[in-house]
Design a binder for this molecule. Structure first.
Ligand code: HEM
Ligand code: HEM
Length: 161
């Protein structure tokens, strides 16, 4: 995998677009939960606008994350800052976030379109996992920026030409 000095404009845009799309996806859940409950009870369809929005946005997030991963493997990404364990932890959290952002929409699709109830349970369990890792990730980014003052945030703001 190549190791460029910084992220590209596309990588930076994708990072922030996915971060923003995750907010409604994680917190506007009543529509899809109601629709799924109706499916489980075999009741008539309750799939309203909010539920379709969850499904549509979820598919968009999946496609954007696949695009990001494609870029990660072809163009590469800069080496995590720091050394030793700290650097390994940053890399691990990044890969876990990517994995969760693939597994979550896939299990959603398997539940909704494949009728696999156990996939819905895994899907549900992904919410706290994503939140915990995102909080760790954001706290680390802020610690770098304001504690270590190494201007890490600039790497997700300023593209490498
Ligand atoms: C306020 C929110 C956020 C801030 C300040 C932030 C900041 C950053 C920064 C500075 C980097 C570059 C790290 C480096 O160069 O070593 C980064 C990378 C990354 N961020 Fe975020 N981030 C935020 C939200 C998120 C969210 C919500 C997700 C996904 C759930 C996410 C997923 C990732 C991933 C996967 C990478 C690694 C990119 C790669 O190397 O391919 N970030 N983030
Ligand atoms: C990254 C993308 C996605 C995220 C972050 C996400 C997140 C969530 C969250 C937080 C819930 C509520 C869980 C709870 O009950 O506490 C939920 C429910 C659900 N989502 Fe998604 N979702 C995503 C993509 C999708 C996709 C693509 C589908 C496919 C149709 C989908 C289908 C469902 C279904 C059927 C439920 C109801 C399951 C249940 O409540 O047990 N999701 N999702």
């Amino acid at each position: 995998m190549p190791t460029p000095k910084g992220y590209s404009r596309t990588q930076i845009s994708l990072h922030w677009i996915v971060a923003i799309l995750l907010v409604p996806q994680l917190f506007l859940e009543d529509g899809i939960k109601g629709a799924w409950r109706a499916v489980e009870r075999g009741e008539p369809s309750q799939t309203g606008t909010l539920a379709w929005l969850h499904i549509g946005l979820g598919i968009v997030i999946l496609l954007l994350v696949l695009w990001r991963l494609g870029l990660r493997f072809t163009r590469g990404a800069p080496e995590a800052l720091g050394a030793g364990l700290q650097q390994k932890a940053a890399g691990l959290v990044h890969w876990l976030l990517y994995a969760l952002l693939i597994v979550t929409p896939m299990t959603g699709l398997a539940a909704w379109f494949g009728g696999i109830a156990s996939a819905a349970e895994v899907h549900e369990a992904m919410k706290p996992a994503i939140l915990i890792l995102a909080v760790l990730h954001i706290a680390a980014a802020l610690w770098h920026q304001f504690g270590l003052k190494d201007n890490l945030l600039n790497r997700m703001r300023q593209p490498e030409a």
